[in-house]
Design a protein around this ligand. Structure first.
Ligand code: NAD
Length: 469
């Protein structure tokens, strides 16, 4: 087993470090965020990721996992495998990814090792998502500090999904490596041996560029799938088709596959939006073009705005002074990550339009409150129903489906549920007298609903039941 240091202990770094320890390695996780490390050192996990707390505790207790703000102690290791999982967000001045903090951390480690005169071999493993060419540039820069034969730069992009990150790391669809250093790749095969001996696929390329590009290509494919199904959801409503059935119909085609075909309010999170933007820039800089990625970015923005319009229109075109309940703030269920979450656009716009928004999320409220300070946060999911003109489901947390809807409708100003995830079963809600507006079903058509209302002359139970059929 190897001694490994992971630099950057966020969503990816903490999962990576913990899972490498679980695989039997000795791991030190380092972060410059002192409060984060202080919390981790006390067994308090700063992010929400299902199952992570138990596996951290197990590995700390087994003496395989530790946390520090200081990288110095690892620099003397004879064989040093240094994973970098530092954030690469969109830069403040443009659509490209900001690799500055990552670059600084890599060069600081190289320089410190050189200045201390330590021998041995060091592998700089770039786990962060970085523009194609970054690893090659880092290689050239590290060469100013360390002899070529004493280090390797390895690209090892991460494909985990927040919410099931541990499973994704320990049972990956594939592990991707890229390096011009055979010794570096050989060491990385040892790192991942506990997984490859159990049959998990490892692809090792002798160029960093291929590995770097695979990460962006994966994300643009996945984002395109979601973008397309979201567009189909809106089209289905117009032509009388049903997007859930459509997803099943196309997903059974093995060339398409069933995953990632759920319609929703637009994708968010810390990866797809910023990686697509970065990819478009990478293509421009290389003299190429990525018109599909550009279209997916635009389509996703359109989807997020369409969700705002959907809520406003359903509430008669004017939401001033209306109280609107929102269930779910994280960009998807299973995480507290609110970066570029569709809830941000929705709530921002509703507040701008004069609505009083009250929201609940089981784990993401603190993080969300930092981004949208004007939001009123409810103590419980039930509380968002009080006096609400509508409750909007934005994130598909399973517990929302188990709410006591029978008791909650009477608390609302109008028993209207707008479900942007098709998360709830419409029929029981309709039976309880709710108006239900899902996404991508013929019954979600605003004009159809109006017709039904007129025909039935204001009998709400029956109205909603028909709308949901
Ligand atoms: N979050 C995901 O689901 C996911 C999935 C795959 C890939 N990625 C990629 O992984 C990378 C990390 O993403 P994340 O979501 O974990 O980011 P994050 O913001 O959650 O974590 C980054 C961490 O790096 C720390 N850091 C910054 N500078 C540092 C330094 N010099 N030394 C030590 N620590 C430092 C920060 O304090 C922070 O804790 C990004 O490139 C991202 O695109 C993310």
């Amino acid at each position: 087993m190897l001694k490994i240091c992971v630099v950057g202990t966020g969503y990816v770094g903490l999962v990576t470090g913990t899972c490498l320890a679980e695989m039997g390695h000795d791991v030190l996780c380092v972060d410059t965020h002192a409060e984060k490390i202080a919390r981790l050192s006390k067994g308090d996990i700063p992010i929400y990721e299902p199952g992570l707390d138990a596996i951290v505790a197990d590995n700390v207790a087994a003496g395989r996992l530790a946390f520090s703000t200081d990288i110095t102690s690892v620099l003397a290791w004879e064989t040093l495998v240094l994973f970098f999982a530092i954030g690469t967000p969109t830069a403040a001045d443009g659509p490209h990814a900001d690799v500055g903090p990552l670059r600084n951390a890599v060069l600081q480690a190289a320089r410190a090792r050189a200045e201390r005169g330590y021998g041995g071999f060091i592998v700089f493993v770039i786990k962060s998502t970085v523009p194609v060419g970054t690893c090659a540039r880092l290689d050239a820069e590290v060469a100013r500090w360390l002899p070529r034969e004493s280090y390797a730069i390895v690209s090892n992009p991460e494909f985990l999904r927040e919410g099931c990150a541990i499973e994704d790391f320990l049972a990956p669809d594939r592990i991707v490596l890229g390096s011009s250093s055979p010794h570096g790749l050989a060491l990385m095969r040892r790192v991942y041996a506990p997984l490859t001996t159990r049959g998990y696929r490892l692809l090792a390329f002798d160029t960093v560029e291929t590995s770097e590009m695979i990460k962006y290509a994966s994300n643009v494919f996945l984002a395109t799938k979601i973008g397309l199904v979201n567009e189909f959801a809106l089209l289905c409503e117009k032509v009388g088709a049903d997007v859930t059935d459509l997803a099943q119909g196309i997903g059974l085609d093995r060339r398409i596959g069933p995953a990632g075909l759920k319609a929703g309010p637009g994708f968010g999170g810390s990866c797809f939006p910023k990686d697509l933007r970065a990819l478009v820039r990478i293509a421009e800089e290389a003299g190429g073009a990525m018109p599909i990625a550009e279209a997916v970015i635009a389509s996703n923005e359109r989807q997020k705005r369409a969700m705002v319009a959907r809520v406003v229109e359903r509430l008669g075109g004017d939401v001033r002074d209306l109280r609107i309940g929102v269930l779910g703030l994280s960009f998807k269920a299973g995480t507290d990550d609110v970066r570029e979450a569709p809830a941000v656009t929705l709530i921002d716009e509703l507040i701008k339009a004069g609505a009083r928004v009250v929201a609940f999320d089981p784990v993401a409220m603190q993080a969300f409150g930092r981004i949208v300070p004007d939001i009123e946060l409810a103590a419980t999911a039930e509380d968002v129903f009080a006096d609400a003109a509508a409750v909007v489901i934005v994130t598909e947390w399973p517990e929302f489906a188990a709410l006591p809807f029978a008791e909650l409708s009477s608390a609302m100003a109008r028993p209207l549920v707008i479900d942007l995830r098709n998360h709830l079963d419409p029929a029981p809600l309709a039976a309880l007298g709710y108006e239900y507006l899902g996404l991508g079903h013929a019954a979600s058509r605003a004009d159809l609903l109006v017709e039904v209302e007129m025909e039935l002359d204001g009998r709400p139970e029956r109205k909603a039941a028909i709308a949901a059929e």
